[in-house]
Write a protein that binds this ligand. Structure first.
Ligand SMILES: [Zn+2]
Length: 115
């Protein structure tokens, strides 16, 4: 991994500060039933952005332009990442256990075998 430039560090620091605020304001929502790692973040103006914490992509203009150029995450992606890491299995915060899709697949396999 290449070292981060001071310019990148400054840009991340600015966005991280705002990301923590977004989390504290309850503006980050996990999306169930879509792609793994999908979140919706709603900004102060009520505009919703779709974030994927696995790819680090966000639909906001900052992510498409400045963040893409600097190779950093936007504030929405950082906010979703904070929530995502807080909700990791074992903490008891996640109402949907991660093993569930695998168990469903196994159950389906068993049903196909039986009938
Ligand atoms: Zn964004």
């Amino acid at each position: 991994m290449a070292a981060m430039t001071a310019k990148q560090a400054k840009a991340v620091a600015e966005r991280y500060q705002r990301a923590v605020e977004l989390v504290n304001e309850g503006r980050v929502y996990r999306l169930y039933g879509g792609h793994e790692g999908d979140y919706v973040v709603i900004n102060g103006q009520g505009v919703a952005y779709l974030v994927n914490v696995i790819s680090g992509e966000c639909t906001c203009p900052d992510s498409q332009y400045r963040c893409a150029r600097l190779d950093i995450l936007c504030k929405h992606a950082l906010a979703a990442l904070i929530v995502h890491e807080q909700a990791k299995p074992g903490t008891g915060d996640d109402p949907q256990p991660q093993a569930e899709p695998e168990e469903l697949a196994k159950a389906r396999e068993l049903l196909e075998y039986l009938f």
